[in-house]
Design a binder for this molecule. Sequence first.
Ligand code: G6P
Length: 554
Amino acid sequence: MTWETLRAHATRLRQQHLSELFAQDAQRFEQLHRHVGPLLFDFSKQRLDGEALQLLARLADERDLGGWIERLFAGEEVNGTERRAAMHWALRAPADGSIPEPREGLYAEVEEQLQKMRELINKLHSGQWRGVTGEVVTDVVNIGVGGSDLGPLMVCRALEECDVTTALNVHFVSSMDGSQLAYLLRELRPHTTLFVISSKSFTTVDTLYNANTARSWLREALGREQSVVDCHFLGISADVQRMTDWGIHEDHQLRLWDWVGGRFSVWSAIGFPVALSIGMPAFRDFLAGGHFMDTHFRTAPWLENVPVLMALTGVWNTNMLGINAHAILPYDARLKYLPSYLEQLEMESNGKSVTRDGEPVEGSTSPVIWGEVGPNAQHAFYQLLHQGTQVVTCDFIVSAMRYHEATPVTTTLEGQHELALANCLAQSRLLAFGEAALPQGEQMPFYKRYKGNQPSSTLMLDELTPFALGVLLAAYEHKVFTQAVMWQINPFDQWGVELGKKIALETLSLIHQQPDANDLSAQLLADRNRSLRDSMDASTTGLIDFIQQQRRGF
Ligand SMILES: O=P(O)(O)OC[C@H]1O[C@H](O)[C@H](O)[C@@H](O)[C@@H]1O
């Protein structure tokens, strides 16, 4: 019912340009921005009005958002298909009872891992962690993919200015084709390198292949003794047994739990590279920022609640205005990896077409999300945003202050920050108002015309600190959860990525074409591959044939 009323309201509102909405209401910014902690959320450049917001809030009630938030924070099985809770919030909850423990001992388990992290990090910072030949570890390589890479990589880069390590370099390797690793191994010395194998499941082939290559590289240089693996590997996983089976020493294992989703795991031991780079106290500030947003999300009324408003404006854009593309545009190169992080968070969570009950969803769910550092994107795809045929919504992300540290070039750097701020504001303004942003009466030839009316939100932090980043990321997490409630889908599973992995393994046996270690005889292998081939389409077999021809001639 409210859904239909919203659609009818959207049809009326669609006739109005953003410049008209602003002209009608001098208080529009006052009414359509919220400021919580270090985050200002300006959604006045969204194509909605007070009535739309009221209706969206009513829809949130109809979809039982309040009940779902309670279930989330009570540790209930909100992830139905995997029969799991989703308690990433517990990783950042203080043990002071501000959020009651869903079960006794939960916070103590979390704290135990934080303490173990602290000890391992102290050993690395103080130079006590030695390689097998007694040399001090100087390089730490995080091997992981998806949530075990994107979160730590993004936060490490975002908070690089808080880096407390002087004698340690932190690297990231994710791609299964081995190119990142091959490049790094040319630069690194085995004697002084520690690999962190980061995989919630410890079954992800991308990570295990990279880990095996790293182990072979170490063994070739340092010998085959178990002590080589003991000294040069640290494991992070929810599957302790698999870490042990792979050979990771018990003292060098950190754990998380099945109730932490991969894309929500940067707050757990998966955040080890972050804590290593910025130090444990700053990592705790990051957690505190996440908790600050949890409290806000649990307690603020819908129309004062930043993640809920982020979600509702998204639902409005997607379902009522029919906009299916959303750009993430940080005006701060420290947030270079935020777009890829949010691509996983949003699209892997809410890229679903079936409700929790197995029914087709009512309309569209997650839009296509992509992004880039805003100022660089201006020189790449803003042409499409300004003059193309697609309607695209944007999140502009920027911090008001930067460059406090006095350095010889502080003044010029401050000037660069002002330039970035000016561009951020100018672009969202031009996208919203088009030519109406120009001085009255200026006439443009057709190729210089800007139609505007592209909706955007601006998320402005006071400055990019560990705490503020925690606030921002938790806001996006809860936005995703709220949207899932509105769309009646489960945001915490990702079955859509499973089948491809299985088919890839079958395809590998056709490309590899050699008896494996479990020793299938040549005849059995040929028979199996023939029947596999017969089950495949002509394109795939044609491409495999081409690969084989090329390799034979090599
Ligand atoms: O941490 P892992 O178990 O290795 O998983 C790494 C990634 O792989 C999977 O394919 C999932 O789609 C991701 O959600 C996950 O973050």
